[in-house]
Structures are given as C-alpha cells and as structure tokens.
Design a protein around this ligand. Structure first.
Ligand code: 2IP
Ligand code: CA
Ligand code: CA
Length: 359
C-alpha cells in the first residue's frame, strides 16, 4: 500500500505540473483560453485545448499507475474519455507512449501540428518526479482488490476563468485555488474509499509569481489511519461550505442555527477545506457530484475520523457513507452521488447540521 500511495502522490504532482504549465507557459496559456470559432479551426484536430489538458492528465495517471501496478490497469476509471471525435467523425485516441518523443509526436497530431506545445506537455508527462515524507504502511493492497477514480481537473471553470475571490476565513470563493486533482482508491469488497489524494496545484502564488501547490493524502483501511494533513481548527462560527447553486431554504435553515455559510467553487475544494479545517462541513442537497469528485477527498476525510455521507439518508437519521459500486452502465447516471452529501471531519458537527436542516 505504501508503494501505491507513493506512486499516486508522484503522479498527482505530475498532474499538477501539467495543470500549472498550461497556465504559466504563454504559448500553452494562449491555447487554453482561446475561443475558437468553429469554422476557423481545423476540424481534424482537437477543438478544445482544455479538454486535452484534462484527458492528458487522466491518461498520465492511468499510464503510470497501470505500469507500476499491472493488476490495477483495468480498474482505473476517470471522468474523461480519451477518445476525441473531430467534426469529420474521425477518432483520435490520446494515449501516453513509452518515450517523451513518441508522446509529443502523438500530441502534435492532435494539436494541429503545434510541435512546441506537444513537446512542452510531453516533457511534463515523462518528467521523473519523486515524493518525500511517505511513511511505512504496515498493510498491503486489500485482497479482493481495489478500483481507482480520477478527476483530472476539478473546477474546470475556475481553471479557465480564474477570478480569485478570497474571504477573511481562508476559504476561496472562486479562482485557481479552487482547482484540485483528485485521485481515490476504493476497496471493491466494501465499496468504500481507502486511500486518497487531493492535490491543489495553485495553492499559493510565490514571490517569483509562480504558483506552488500542496498535496494532501490520507489512508483509511480498517483501523489504520494515516494523513498528511494537520487540520487547523478554525475559531469562531461554525463554517459550512455550499455550492452557489444550493437551495435558498437550506441556506436559511443553516444560517438561522448560527452557521456561517460560504459559497465556494469546486466539489473537491469544498471537501479540501473540510479536511484542512478551514471549514467544518460541506453540505450539498443535490446530486451534482460524481464518484470521481468524492472518492479521493472522502478517503482523506476518513483518515481524519470524518467521512462523506449521503445527504438525503442523513436527514432520516441514517448515516450511509457515499460508496463506490464497480458496475456502472450509463456513466453519468450511475456515477452520480444522487442523494447529495454532507462532508465532515469532526462527527460532532453532524448533529448540529441535522438539527438545523430538520427544523
Ligand atoms: C464540478 C466542479 C463544480 C462543482 C461540481 C463538480 O467538477 O467542481 O465546481 O459544482 O459539483 O462536479 P459547485 O462548484 O457548484 O460545487 P468539474 O469541474 O470537474 O466538472
Ligand atoms: Ca469534478
Ligand atoms: Ca473534471
């Protein structure tokens, strides 16, 4: 399990590098924000560079983890599909090759002959990275095996739009800090997450005007709980993160019971705030998140004694963890966390939340 954790931390760092370079390299950034008119662009090539960045990150995770752990190769799932269909109806499959040159060659085909962009991206995909601070873990990968969910970029809208809005309590409402790379490992037997990575590529803007990231991980398998994060308990009012699309009635109920509410972008980011202690909980009454949004961050919360439970069940005094089935036919339908969710770190907050919501 230690080797898997290390490999996932490393590949999440690669993912964060790809996300950062697409914003910090002038040439790639130009591609990222351009609005292509359909008739101007070459229909043979990928229309939309941001989708390529997403897919490339996901394929990098699949490639590196699949190579290091061949038994997991068929069990790695992600939000994105790696087959693009251009307007001529031709399929282009993005797959990581064995060398940087070969990956660049493939990317160049997808990128309308843009060799410079292809080489920059391929360099990051094949860069050697190491991780530090990964502890010994006295446990193997569970028998009966595991599955993996990847959200290569959560908060794509913030990744492109990036209007920084911070609050006085350390939670960002919008902007690059809401972008996360999410990787979660769940145990097939129980359907529950056991290992998770939440990598925040744009955690702080350093003096050299380059972004630095932060990587959080957690392991929660039976009694074994290990976490990279040291939650800092924030003082004052009980703080709950919500989606900007949350119902007014729910906001009113929480506010009337003394909760302070913050509408922050990104499902992964809202759980991250709950992990770090910037917030106490994330409440979502709707089915607007998916398995790839929650698997990684839920594992980290579990490693700290928290969890992500189903909202509608919780209101009936039924604590059911969000869980991860292995069969899914219609991806969007069966991967949806349909019952909404409540993410918390400290279980004692749950009662207050129920009391407010049921009032
Ligand atoms: C989205 C993204 C949105 C979030 C939604 C996620 O993922 O994180 O911000 O909505 O739940 O699925 P909200 O910000 O209202 O919580 P993606 O960017 O990967 O589509
Ligand atoms: Ca997402
Ligand atoms: Ca995404």
């Amino acid at each position: 399990l230690r080797d898997l954790l290390e490999a996932l931390v490393v590949v999440s760092e690669k993912a964060a590098n790809i996300a950062r370079i697409c914003r910090q390299d002038d040439h790639l950034f130009g591609l990222l924000v351009q609005e292509k008119e359909a008739d101007q662009s070459n229909p043979r090539f990928v229309q939309d560079f941001k989708t390529l960045a997403d897919v490339l990150i996901q394929e990098t995770v699949k490639h590196d983890i699949g190579n290091a752990f061949p038994v997991l190769r068929d069990k790695i799932h992600g939000e994105e599909d790696n087959v693009f269909c251009n307007t001529l109806g031709e399929e282009i499959r993005v797959e990581i090759q064995t060398s940087s040159e070969a990956t660049a060659e493939l990317l160049e085909k997808v990128l309308d002959g843009d060799g410079a962009a292809a080489r920059l991206l391929a360099n990051e995909v094949h860069r050697e990275i190491s991780a530090s601070g990964i502890p010994e873990i006295p446990s193997g990968i569970p028998a009966g095996n595991v599955g993996i969910w990847i959200d290569p970029i959560d908060s794509t809208a913030e990744y492109i739009g990036a209007k920084e809005t911070r609050t006085d309590c350390g939670v960002s409402v919008s902007g690059l800090s809401c972008v996360t790379v999410l990787i979660g490992v769940y145990q097939i037997e129980t359907g529950l997450p056991i290992l998770g990575i939440v990598n925040q590529p744009f955690s702080e803007l350093a003096e050299d005007n380059r972004w630095r990231g932060r990587c959080h991980w957690g392991v929660s398998l039976d009694d074994l709980k290990l976490c990279s994060a040291q939650p800092t308990h924030h003082r004052g009012s009980k703080l709950v993160c919500l989606s900007s699309s949350e119902d007014a009635a729910i906001k009113e109920k929480l506010e009337s019971k003394g909760f302070r509410l913050i509408e922050a972008a990104g499902a992964g980011y809202k759980i991250l705030c709950t992990i770090t202690g910037s917030a106490d909980a994330y409440v979502l009454s709707k089915g607007s998140t998916y398995k790839w949004d929650t698997c990684g961050p839920q594992a980290v919360l579990k490693s700290l004694g928290g969890d992500v439970v189903q909202y509608s069940q919780a209101l009936e005094d039924n604590l059911i963890s969000v869980n991860y089935p292995t069969d899914y036919e219609n991806k969007l339908e069966s991967c949806c966390n349909r019952s909404g969710l409540i993410a918390y770190r400290d279980p004692s907050i749950l009662q207050d939340i129920y009391d407010a919501l049921k009032a």
